[in-house]
Write a protein that binds this ligand. Structure first.
Ligand SMILES: Nc1ncnc2c1ncn2[C@@H]1O[C@H](COP(=O)(O)OP(=O)(O)OP(=O)(O)O)[C@@H](O)[C@H]1O
Ligand SMILES: [Mg+2]
Length: 391
């Protein structure tokens, strides 16, 4: 039981170093990708039409952090040279603005934030939003690089990718240039673009491979130096976090999460030494955190259905059939103030939940008399479901 605040931490000197938005002053182990990036961006410095670029790579491999870094370098270099070429960078995360229209509005607002013009709300069409965006771009009298991060979220709605690269050709901007940088998790993203978009975009590609264990060790050592006390880490901790993440995903995010959680475990225990077993505990915690994020991202009815299964599981009534699950689900949905969906929609949701790995679906064959039917069971930790739902 704690009755006072600590005056000093056991493990950390600065926990922010392990947070998602932390800006590492130094990008490590990405020299090749940075060099390729610089090669493509350079045209803009000479006042030429900027190249469009799409960056590909799995989650956590540094796409966002490297893009922020090189575009920042580009605009400061333009400023330093002071040769009349102004370069501005504006970014939207399509994960939060999932249509071309929403992305356009977000870009207008991001650009207006540095001006005395007011941000816009809803009630405009896509064309209006694009007009306002072009007006902002034109007003800069320079090159504007538009970063569309997590571009996959736009899905089929790729209109903004058609419009932006043609801004000059169509005469929407005359004194400025527009370049586009798209960032995608999906290597097949380009294949799904409409052919008119492909034709206008004419982009260069940069691929970010997963990190190997050695690269992850370098990144982790740097973070530990910046955010943890000296000598708190057992020599095996960083290699273990790096090895697990390299094997699993090649993601620096996962590796950093593991190291932070291992530190948290020791810190909460009142120890100033982090050991290998803390990493084991960290693995469980990080997985649980990811699972909970996944549950949070479900639709309302997806959550209701999962909760009904978790309740049935808690009462040892699983696996069960759809018709046995339905009454539980209906109570849960009504309890949450929503109208329950019909049987067919619930079955669709169950299929989605199965695909996402939350639910297990088994075909049971009871012979000629009983027939064939599906039974469902929960395939994730029920506690995690209860915890997320009670939020
Ligand atoms: N080369 C690196 N040097 C230092 N830190 C890095 C490096 N690569 C990634 N990181 C860190 O790892 C985390 C994930 O990186 P980032 O957000 O850039 O991944 P991403 O490829 O954009 O992933 P996602 O597709 O999920 O958006 C961030 O905290 C970032 O600071
Ligand atoms: Mg990213």
């Amino acid at each position: 039981m704690r009755t006072t605040f600590r005056t000093e931490r056991n493990v950390f000197t600065n926990k922010d170093v392990f947070k998602e938005g932390y800006d590492p002053d130094e990008i490590l182990e990405r020299d090749e990708e940075i060099s390729e990036y610089i090669g493509y961006l350079e045209d803009a410095l000479f006042g030429e039409t900027p190249k469009n670029i799409i960056v590909y790579g799995n989650t956590g491999v540094g796409k966002t952090v490297v893009t922020d870094h090189v575009t920042q370098m580009l605009s400061s270099e333009a400023e330093r040279r002071d040769e009349g070429v102004d370069i501005h960078v504006v970014k939207v995360n399509c994960g939060h603005h999932t249509s071309s229209y929403q992305a356009a509005v977000a870009l207008v607002n991001a650009m207006r934030r540095d001006t005395d013009r007011e941000e816009i709300g809803k009630g405009y069409g896509f064309a209006d939003a694009m007009d306002m965006l072009y007006a902002e771009v034109e007003q800069r009298e320079g090159t504007v690089y538009v970063i569309l991060d997590e571009i996959d979220f736009l899905g089929d709605d790729d209109q903004i990718l058609y419009e932006l690269p043609r801004a000059s050709a169509n005469g929407y901007v005359e004194r400025s240039h527009v370049g586009v940088i798209g960032i995608s998790n999906d290597y097949t993203y380009r294949d799904n673009l409409s052919s008119k978009v492909k034709d206008t975009l004419q982009e260069d590609e940069i691929k970010f491979p997963p990190y190997d264990a050695a690269e992850l060790r370098t990144i982790l050592e740097d973070r530990a130096e910046k955010g943890m006390k000296e000598d708190v880490l057992d020599g095996a901790v960083i290699p273990k976090c790096a090895a697990i993440s390299a094997r699993d995903s090649g993601s620096a995010r996962q590796a950093i999460d593991l190291l932070r959680e291992a530190g948290n475990v020791a810190d909460a225990d009142g120890r100033d030494a982090v050991g290998e077993t803390d990493v084991d505990e960290a693995v469980t915690r990080v997985e649980r955190g990811r699972l909970k994020d996944g549950i949070r991202d479900l639709t309302a009815h997806g959550k209701h259905i999962l909760l009904s299964l978790a309740r049935a599981y808690g009462r040892q009534e699983t696996p069960l059939r759809l018709k046995e699950l339905l009454p539980i689900y209906e109570r849960v949905a009504r309890g949450a103030g929503s109208d329950p969906l019909g049987e067919h929609r619930v079955r669709d949701h169950l299929a989605d939940l199965t695909m996402l790995g939350f639910v297990e679906q088994r075909r049971t064959n009871k012979g000629r008399a009983g027939g064939q039917f599906y039974q469902y069971d929960l395939s994730v930790d029920a506690e995690a479901v209860f915890e997320v739902v009670s939020e």
